[in-house]
Design a protein around this ligand. Structure first.
Ligand code: HEM
Length: 136
């Protein structure tokens, strides 16, 4: 599977979970886990979908193992951060170290992405041949 396909699939799963969490908060009128909902949606849906768009426009990167690892690290960090932030806001202070580890995990994944973005220009340009159709 390509990094973009993995990003899009995981992003959709994350937003379904995030929306369910939002509906749960609204129905219970208990918004205490709102920061977890916000992080799940913004890291898991918005950011991951944006990664997918970036990768899809760079076919060489899209098929690389490193990009798949970046998506996987980001996604694992997002799941753990969401759980830890929810637990903290429910009063389970023991989750503080887990939240710290998860936040460093997503930072590491973002640094990997920054490496892709700042690499020499020959890696950055979208491959135009991917969009061409043969003349009749
Ligand atoms: C079924 C869909 C959704 C429902 C029912 C829902 C519900 C909620 C609720 C009840 C709150 C708490 C508001 C408050 O206490 O002030 C909230 C906050 C928030 N939601 Fe959602 N949400 C949904 C989808 C989304 C999506 C898709 C995103 C992001 C792409 C998102 C981002 C946020 C953010 C950033 C906050 C925090 C807002 C603040 O700081 O005041 N939500 N949502």
């Amino acid at each position: 599977m390509t990094a973009s396909a993995l990003s899009f699939r995981l992003a959709v799963l994350f937003v379904i979970a995030g929306m369910a969490m939002g509906i749960g908060m609204a129905m219970s009128q208990d918004h205490s886990i709102m920061p977890a909902h916000a992080h799940l949606n913004l890291l898991g849906w918005v950011s991951l979908f944006l990664f997918g768009i970036y990768y899809e426009r760079r076919p060489a990167l899209d098929t690389s193992r490193l990009a798949i690892i970046q998506v996987a690290v980001w996604s694992i960090g997002t799941v753990v951060l969401t759980i830890a932030v929810a637990a903290l806001h429910l009063g389970y202070t023991a989750f503080d170290p887990l939240a710290a580890i998860a936040s460093l995990t997503v930072l590491a994944a973002m640094l990997m992405f920054a490496y892709f973005v700042f690499r020499p220009a020959r890696y950055l340009n979208p491959t135009p041949t991917g969009r061409l159709t043969p003349a009749e």
